[in-house]
Design a binder for this molecule. Structure first.
Ligand code: PLP
Length: 637
């Protein structure tokens, strides 16, 4: 609605001379003095001033600067301030061009942008107040810890803003796409908001801050300063696993296999450090025809593979839910597709603090971030209380939530959720508002090395009875199960409440595949199909895998027994490829161990041992070496 021009505006403005700043550039660098050393907040586009007058009355400890280019409108704002008599607001009657002309770097503590003009994207995006050039400007005048708080009812502008944040060197501190359903967020309505909310669109709000450049983690990140786009990602300077494994190989070449313990790689190796390949599977691979590998597979997988992989993933479990399957190149692809389809840009994905590192990269690459809950409480039990706290915290602001649980035989701890843990998870999810859409992705990458087939799948009966607002998704990888690490084969399966949700799952995930890697490799799909169509073959594969699973179990047990005898603490372990030792300074411990020819993987709060890649004998020796090294470091520190 057009604002009627106010008559005798100049005259009316004179009354407010004491709260008007016509030449803000003259106060550049002196605002703190004017503010009496109070924190300074700026509202860009204050309109008729409902927001700024209420906010300034609520916070007399702060100082506010309201900017508005439409002088007739701003007159109403000044009238409100006068009657409020708060004395902590001044007005700048201009449109903003370059805030650096008005403020020195760091002079402002926070900026509010409320219901800025959406301006059509194609022609005037650069003029939008949340365009990346403007965001950059805001953060030059904002001090350390300064934030921009932006709200709008315009979905297009909001999603544009999220992309601009990610394209800049900034991050999202808080986001909601339904502010009026978040009563715990202090919200002062603007005139526009009060009048137009409830007429259709939800009000959305995002709090933007600088990425914390000073954390230990960020110090090890690649600085993107040349040709590449930043796009909200943190790119490590070196892949931790491949870096450590490279150093281990160099050490081994010099000192020999018997003097090296290379427990870095998450593949099953024999006692001499050679990759174990299931010979039964290898035989089928060698007998494939040209067409078996040369032809494209359908994007969602060959029909035979979909059937076979459903049996492989579910075992004897008969689902209540509607199952649909989409092939992906490795479990990595399933995780990627789940994030792409069951979370929104800017959202946080929830997983446990002990987790496979790429979860964070896969989320970051797609403009999402990772939030974690403590996986264990002080007694070493699965920490349901923290899980509940984080689920509730995130669903307070997000309409949807993707949760990733990696079990059984979690990487890096080797922990498997018990049935009791699963009932606890169900209880918590049952308590979440039905309006919130939750996807529960269970990453079962190690399931076939975690124990007996049907025991490890018992938990399906729990996730299959979750309420209709929760979609269980299983990421089933063939990498370990069929020793197909490099063949890139996996599937994602849903256990949906109704056929529509299942159909939609298949459609959206297939679309995501098409838009990223297109078809998954055909050859491994044909191999799995052949195995499940031939009982003899299947028995052979199962038997061979069972043999290696036993070897793996013996290795884990050997490490566990020695660690217990030495009182070397382990993060709760059940089975699988990895064991983790908690330690406060994992980088230091890894460095010290590498001098002794022991190569492990540094985690946030500990070191990971791949028992899958070293002999039982080395598993038995390793706890003492770790313990001695810790004692030596304790003596030095
Ligand atoms: N999930 C976890 C926990 C993993 O450790 C891995 C691989 O190491 C994967 C998923 C994905 O593996 P891939 O993409 O080879 O199936």
């Amino acid at each position: 609605m057009r604002q009627r021009k106010v008559k005798n505006l100049e005259q009316k403005y004179e009354v407010y001379n004491d709260i008007l700043v016509y030449e803000p550039s003259e106060i550049r660098g002196k605002w703190k003095k004017l503010a009496g050393d109070r924190p300074i907040y700026l509202e860009v586009g204050c309109g008729k001033g409902k927001f700024i007058s209420e906010l300034s009355a609520l916070h007399p400890e702060n100082f506010y600067i309201a900017v508005e280019g439409n002088r007739s409108v701003m007159l109403r704002a000044m009238e409100k301030i006068e009657t409020n008599g708060t004395g902590n607001v001044v007005f700048i009657p201009h449109f903003i061009e370059n805030l650096n002309d008005w403020f020195t770097p760091g002079e402002v503590d926070g900026i509010y942008l409320n219901f800025s003009d959406p301006l059509p994207k194609n022609y005037t995006a650069k003029k939008r107040l949340t365009h990346r050039d403007k965001l950059k400007q805001y953060f030059t005048i904002l001090g350390k810890g300064g934030q921009v708080i932006f709200k709008t009812d315009n979905t297009g502008l909001f999603e544009f803003t999220i992309q601009e944040i990610l394209a800049s060197d900034l991050e999202i501190a808080e986001i909601t796409r339904d502010l009026h359903n978040c009563p715990w967020i202090e919200n002062i309505e603007t005139e526009y908001e009060a009048k137009f909310s409830g007429l259709g669109e939800n009000i959305k709000r995002v709090v933007i801050r600088r990425r914390n450049g000073e954390t230990k983690e960020n110090a090890q990140m690649t600085q993107i300063t040349s040709m590449a786009a930043y796009n909200g990602r943190n790119i490590p300077t070196e892949d931790k696993v491949f870096g450590a494994s490279g150093r281990a190989k160099a050490y081994l070449a010099k000192h020999g296999h018997e003097n090296t313990i290379n427990a870095t790689i998450g593949s099953l190796l024999d006692d001499d450090g050679n990759l174990i390949v299931l010979s039964s599977v290898e035989e089928i691979v060698h007998n494939l025809s040209g067409a078996d590998f040369a032809e494209y597979a359908p994007i969602a997988g060959t029909p035979g593979f979909k059937k076979a992989v459903t049996k492989a993933a579910l075992g004897n479990y008969e689902p209540n839910g509607f199952v649909k399957v989409v092939a992906t190149p490795g479990g990595t692809g399933s995780i990627r597709n789940a994030i792409a389809n069951y979370s929104c840009l800017g959202d946080s994905i929830l997983t446990h603090n002990w987790h496979w590192g790429p979860y964070k990269s896969i989320a970051g690459e797609q403009g999402r971030s990772l939030e974690t809950f403590e996986m264990f409480d002080e007694d070493g039990n699965f920490n349901l209380a923290d899980f509940e706290y984080k689920v509730k915290k995130l669903t307070r602001t997000q309409d949807r939530l993707l949760i990733i649980l990696n079990t059984p035989a979690n990487n890096p701890t080797g922990y498997s959720l018990s049935m009791e843990d699963w009932y606890g998870v169900k209880n918590i999810l049952d308590g979440i508002d039905l309006e919130k859409k939750i996807a529960l992705l269970v990453d079962v990458a190690y399931i076939d090395f975690a124990g007996e087939t049907n025991e490890t799948r018992e938990f399906f009966s729990v996730i299959d009875t979750l309420r209709s607002n929760v979609l269980p998704i299983i990421a089933y990888s063939a990498s370990k199960t069929f020793t197909f690490y490099g063949f890139r084969c996996a599937a994602m399966l849903c256990l949906a409440h109704n056929p529509e949700v299942a159909e939609e799952f298949e459609k959206v995930c297939t679309f995501s595949s098409r838009a990223s890697w297109s078809n998954s490799p055909r050859a491994p799909q044909i191999v799995i199909e052949k195995i499940y169509n031939d009982n003899d073959l299947m028995r052979r594969v199962d038997k061979e895998r069972a043999k290696y699973r036993e070897i793996l179990q013996r290795r884990g047990k050997a490490f566990e027994e020695e660690a217990a005898a030495l009182r070397l603490q382990m993060v709760p372990f059940r089975s699988g490829f990895f064991i983790t030792i908690p330690y406060d300074n994992p980088a230091l411990l890894c460095q010290a161990l590498e001098k002794k020819g022991v190569f492990l993987i540094e985690q946030n709060q500990g070191v990971r041992v791949s028992v899958a890649s070293i002999s039982e004998d080395k598993c038995r020796k390793l706890p003492a070496i770790i313990k001695d090294t810790m004692d030596e470091l304790a003596g030095v520190l």
